[in-house]
Design a protein around this ligand. Structure first.
Ligand SMILES: [Zn+2]
Ligand SMILES: [Zn+2]
Length: 144
């Protein structure tokens, strides 16, 4: 997307440091059941492309959450580090990992159909259902 820049961040305990060279300034929320199970709430993520490097990589645990994606976390403090599409190595990283939130714009929400009733964000965003999201990317929507 536009306005890419180099950004740095780290997990809560500092065992893992991350540098993303191509981070988008668009923040998206994912309300899917898996993200909410993973993090206890909506996943607020920024797309970081594939140009992401880590320090302290030995502390990263990886959970294969589906056939096409995996989720990384710090094995010491449990901070979530990334959701990664295996096919093209695209990283979606929690916005909160990064030291600065300057220029970030929260402008889209996905799996809006899986969002529970008890909350909703007031931001004006483009919202997509899970089906709309899958239709946009892959011709194989057999998994959720
Ligand atoms: Zn940590
Ligand atoms: Zn999700």
């Amino acid at each position: 997307m536009s306005n890419a820049s180099v950004v740095k961040g780290s997990c809560l305990c500092g065992a893992v440091n991350v540098e993303a060279k191509n981070m988008s300034n668009h923040v998206g929320a994912c309300h899917c059941n898996m993200c909410r199970k993973w993090g206890g709430g909506a996943f607020l993520a920024v797309e970081c492309g594939s140009d992401v490097s880590f320090e302290g990589e030995e502390n990263i645990g990886v959970y294969e959450s589906s056939e096409w994606a995996e989720r990384g976390f710090c094995q010491r403090c449990g901070s979530h580090l990334f959701y990664k599409l295996k096919q093209n190595n695209q990283y979606f990283m929690p916005a909160g990992l990064f030291d600065s939130s300057e220029g970030l714009v929260f402008d889209h929400q996905v799996f809006i159909d899986e969002k529970p009733e008890y909350y909703s964000f007031a931001n004006e965003t483009k919202n997509m259902t899970g089906a709309e999201l899958f239709a946009q990317f892959a011709p194989t929507p057999e998994n959720t």
